[in-house]
Design a protein around this ligand. Structure first.
Ligand SMILES: Nc1ncnc2c1ncn2[C@@H]1O[C@H](COP(=O)(O)OP(=O)(O)OP(=O)(O)O)[C@@H](O)[C@H]1O
Ligand SMILES: [Mg+2]
Length: 341
């Protein structure tokens, strides 16, 4: 397989922009969106950051509805907490339908606990990311995800399997769902890799035979969710359509974190396109202080090829001011264009 490259990055269908906190992920994702739109494509930039940073970058209200930003460019901010709440409401309804009425209070209590469990928000977020990715790649030429800091993203990418275990675990103690459990178990591929055949992609087989209507409806919902996750995984791991781009600054911790993240992403077969080294001191920045910063920076820049195992990189200079609004984003977009991205 030929290695992925940063060249003509906007020709992909789905891009994930990831990296340590504060290195310039949102800025880069927004600038890539501007670049794609400038090249006449229809592009959606999606952020999963509850802090609404995408709106800040564009200096516009965005929120959880797809919002037009300029010709060919749309933005969307997924709110993970709101998604989790919505998701758990649906699960609660399902559980209640399966449980005897005298158990309903217990179900509520359990779900209240689930709401606070660390996996809940990620699971709901993953569902929404998967949906936006699949629907978005039909509707847009390119979908760019501005992903939350690396650790979180990595967890998200490993979640399809954990998520299935979670949903089924909730049902495991319910007698009526035994039969449901059997069906789901039967249909779950044992591995997590994308080359494992997924039998539930066969639309003509009816795995619900013999179930009553209510159980069947729930089984269908659960199964649809799994289909969604598996399709999403397939897109996520397809190097013809998808790429993960790191952003880092030439400093110790971002390099270390990117190094670690590279390994983890490779384990999950996520195609890596390259890394953007952001906020590199411009050559003409002068003064004794900056000279010393530049010396340190030069040492880190020299370490990057080895730390990132020769992953392709480009350098984006530090601009004199923070980047906010279309005008300054287009300066970054022009820089990315000049670099051949
Ligand atoms: N090349 C650059 N030159 C100057 N300032 C930049 C550059 N890239 C990013 N910035 C500024 O650095 C700050 C952090 O950038 P950004 O919000 O894109 O980082 P992030 O990785 O998305 O952060 P977080 O992890 O908090 O989401 C912002 O104020 C942004 O304007
Ligand atoms: Mg950000």
């Amino acid at each position: 397989m030929k290695p992925l490259t940063l060249r003509k990055l906007t020709n992909r269908k789905v891009l994930f922009v990831g990296g340590k906190g504060g290195v310039g992920k949102t800025t880069t994702a927004a600038a890539l969106g501007m670049l794609a739109a400038d090249r006449g494509m229809r592009c959606l930039v999606v952020s999963t950051d509850p802090a609404h940073s995408l709106g800040d970058a564009f200096d516009r209200e965005i929120g959880d509805k797809v919002t037009g930003l300029t010709a060919g460019l749309w933005g969307l901010e997924i709110d993970p907490d709101a998604q989790a709440a919505r998701h758990l409401d649906t699960v609660t309804e399902h559980m209640k339908q399966l449980a005897a009425p005298e158990m309903h209070r217990e179900v509520e209590r359990q779900m209240q606990m689930a709401r606070m469990s660390p996996g809940a928000v990620e699971a709901a977020l993953l569902e929404e990311v998967s949906r936006v990715m699949l629907e978005g790649s039909d509707e847009y030429d390119l979908v760019v995800f501005d992903t939350a800091p690396t650790g979180h993203t990595l967890r998200l990418l490993t979640l399809p399997e954990a998520m299935a275990a979670w949903t089924d675990g909730l049902l495991a103690h319910n007698k009526r769902s035994e039969e449901l459990g059997k069906v789901l178990k039967h249909l779950t591929p044992s591995g997590s890799r994308s080359d494992v055949p997924t039998p539930f992609d066969e639309p003509d087989q009816d795995p619900f035979e013999g179930m009553d209507r209510r159980t069947r409806r729930i089984a269908e919902t659960l199964l649809n969710r799994r289909r969604l996750f598996h399709r999403a995984r397939r897109v996520m791991t397809n190097p013809d359509t998808t790429g993960f781009v790191f952003v880092l600054t030439p400093e110790r911790l971002p390099i270390l974190e990117t190094h670690r993240a590279m390994h983890a992403l490779q384990q999950f077969d996520i195609p890596l396109c390259g890394a953007i080294i952001n906020r590199v001191l411009p050559a003409d920045a002068d003064g004794e202080f900056l000279r010393r910063r530049r010396e340190q920076e030069a040492r880190y820049l020299a370490q990057i090829p080895q730390a990132l195992h020769g992953l392709e990189t480009v350098q984006v200079p530090m601009l004199p001011e923070d980047i906010q609004g279309m005008r300054s984003l287009s300066l970054v977009a022009a820089e990315l264009d000049r670099l051949g991205l």
